[in-house]
Design a protein around this ligand. Structure first.
Ligand code: IMP
Ligand code: MG
Length: 181
């Protein structure tokens, strides 16, 4: 029994993802030339995207991590955001790029962006690998987006269901039978 037995289909292959991440890295490197941005990734879902994106960026940059929780173990946002781990560094006057795996309702990012703005960064932009526009409930401006995806529950490339499937190299649609009993 492999991990793929629980999948409806592969939505984005590792090859497609690799090419897109490469493009995003080139674009960000151009836009931030001379600026030394801080990449801030939201754990845990974005850890693989962060690892690949930072290596596609060819200018000096630093990295920091935050962990938030809004989901518990289910597939629907609880609508509440809790900071589990804050940044280690001071971002005042820094060019911050928030790195997210998936923008869904937008509640998590809307909250995080407000929080980081209060710390007065020189600039704050958002890069998300995946965007599910159909599910938006809070307004969030996306500066860099990898793929717009349909309203389905996705796993792999860092995304989990109940902490499982993060290690799948592709982004897959999880079978409904895995979470609808
Ligand atoms: P939002 O607050 O609804 O935008 O939730 C964003 C967070 O929910 C992401 O960082 C993910 O951790 C999680 N999430 C949203 N959609 C999915 C999905 O399809 N699969 C796995 N996690 C998801
Ligand atoms: Mg998650």
């Amino acid at each position: 029994m492999g991990l793929y037995d629980d999948m409806e289909q592969v939505l984005l292959s590792q090859q497609q993802i690799r090419e897109k991440v490469e493009e995003l890295g080139v674009q960000i490197s151009q836009d931030y030339a001379g600026k030394e941005p801080v990449l801030v990734s939201v754990l845990k879902g974005a850890f693989i995207f962060m690892a690949d994106l930072c290596r596609a960026i060819t200018i000096p940059c630093s990295m920091d991590f935050m962990a938030v929780s809004s989901y518990g173990a289910g597939t629907e946002s609880s609508g509440r955001v809790r900071i589990i781990k804050d940044l280690d560094t001071i971002i005042q006057n820094k060019h911050v790029i928030l790195v997210e795996d998936v923008l869904d309702s937008g509640i998590t990012l809307h909250y995080l962006i407000q929080l980081l703005r209060q710390r007065q960064p020189a600039s704050l932009r958002l890069v998300t690998l995946l965007d599910k526009p159909a599910r938006r409930r809070a307004q969030v401006d996306v500066d860099y987006c990898g793929f717009q995806v349909p309203d389905a529950f996705l796993v792999g490339y860092g995304l989990d269901y109940g902490e499982k499937y993060r290690n799948l190299p592709d982004v897959c649609i999880l079978k409904r039978s895995m979470y609808q009993k």
